[in-house]
Design a protein around this ligand. Sequence first.
Ligand SMILES: [Fe+2]
Ligand SMILES: [Fe+2]
Length: 278
Amino acid sequence: MSQKPILIAQISDLHIKAPGDLAYGKVDTAQALERCVATLNAFAPRPDLVVISGDLADTPTEQEYAHLARLLAPLQLPFVVVPGNHDSRELMRTCLPQPLFPAEGALNQLQPVGDIDIVLLDSSVHGQPHGELDAETLQWLDAVLSSSDQRPALLFLHHPPFRAGIWHMDRQNLRNAAEFATIVERYPWVRLVGAGHVHRATLALFAGVPATICPAPNHAVALDLGELLEPSFRVEPPAFHLHAWNAGDEFGELVTHIVPIGTFDGPHPFLGPDGRLL
Ligand SMILES: [Fe+2]
Ligand SMILES: [Fe+2]
């Protein structure tokens, strides 16, 4: 594997509030994003792109997006964004304008990075917690994948198209996952479906493709796999995903890493000056 991998960092569910406000009265999401930005800036080798997969704001308001823009200003990497259920397409257009945003409708975007395509799908439904890919989005996806000359494609959307096993999140996942699957199945060059929304690292298989949920830089939805437990969150170790595309063999290979956010002891060498294990 001689070529440098293409590195796509994915962060998700920032839930930025107005300055000084805490999410659910508990979580300082702004401070969590500051730590996340510092970890991304320090990461070597430098990621090629950061994908922010929804729930950028919290309620949402103009003030929240202005706060988010200030918090993202120190990020030294290019980034793209797609809305989640806590976002507003129209406020994102006006307060966080991005060059790839279409002028109207869903904020679907195509961002080529080297030899691969990053495809952002807007699954937000105005005023609703669940997700859905509207007819235009599905047609757009089909057109992008059919005309891409089989370039490897990583698809990102906020709502997972599968059940994570946490009942109160599963009832607000992607409603029309079956329609989405019929498109994904047609194009074997789709190599990842990357979601957010659940605030925890999760791996599944969807339409024959690896499908992930990205952990959050702040709070995690509690891993309550039982029935009818009260919806709750925990402040667990924060993290993001790093998707590494290696084009070194015939088909290419995607590897997803979970990167903890923060500063940690090390690095320490395994080997001493004599080349032997310490
Ligand atoms: Fe979220
Ligand atoms: Fe969400």
